[in-house]
Design a protein around this ligand. Structure first.
Ligand SMILES: Nc1ncnc2c1ncn2[C@@H]1O[C@H](COP(=O)(O)OP(=O)(O)OP(=O)(O)O)[C@@H](O)[C@H]1O
Ligand SMILES: [Mg+2]
Length: 152
């Protein structure tokens, strides 16, 4: 018998990210969380993946037009990818800095725009790549390995 923790099945979950869909980030994070829990995966890894999904999808909703979220589970890692059509990020190093945000006053009034989403994603990921083309869109890929050490 195969132990599900040491060798989880390969699965892909995909979610469209609609324009101004402020609920999809939380909803997709919860759906993925329960799927990963059913697979018996480590709780700290599930938590990190849920944070990555929420922050990456929220960025598409807030800063881009629309896109797609994909989550892949393979024997080594969980990969989270968002791809969007939108304004793009002119300076990715700047965008990665804590506290940097271009969010509008309206978005800030909704409680977003602290400039902590990308730094949070980086902290939760073992590997992160962000590629962007101004006026076209952004692609974010994050990976969390099952061999990743737990941290508080
Ligand atoms: N998908 C994206 N498309 C265009 N710009 C983006 C995208 N994701 C991030 N950015 C840019 O990078 C900046 C920093 O993103 P980050 O997630 O760290 O902060 P935030 O979304 O502004 O605030 P918070 O995540 O704390 O609510 C954003 O303000 C925006 O300028
Ligand atoms: Mg953000």
């Amino acid at each position: 018998m195969v132990d599900s923790e040491s060798c989880p099945p390969q699965i892909t979950l995909a979610f469209p990210i609609g324009e101004k869909d402020f609920f999809m980030a939380g909803e997709s994070a919860s759906k993925v969380k329960s799927t990963l829990q059913q697979l018996g995966l480590r709780q700290d890894i599930i938590k990190r993946v849920a944070i990555i999904i929420y922050e990456a999808a929220m960025n598409v909703v807030i800063h881009a037009s629309y896109g797609q979220l994909e989550v892949h589970v393979d024997p080594e890692a969980i990969s989270v990818q968002t791809e969007d059509v939108g304004a793009g990020i002119p300076d990715i190093d700047l965008a990665m800095q804590e506290g940097y945000s271009t969010a509008s006053d309206e978005i800030r009034e909704m409680g977003f725009g602290a400039g902590m989403g990308l730094p949070n994603i980086k902290q939760c990921s073992d590997e992160l790549s962000v590629e962007s083309k101004v006026s076209k869109g952004t692609k974010l890929k994050a990976k969390v390995y099952f061999t990743s050490k737990a941290y508080a």
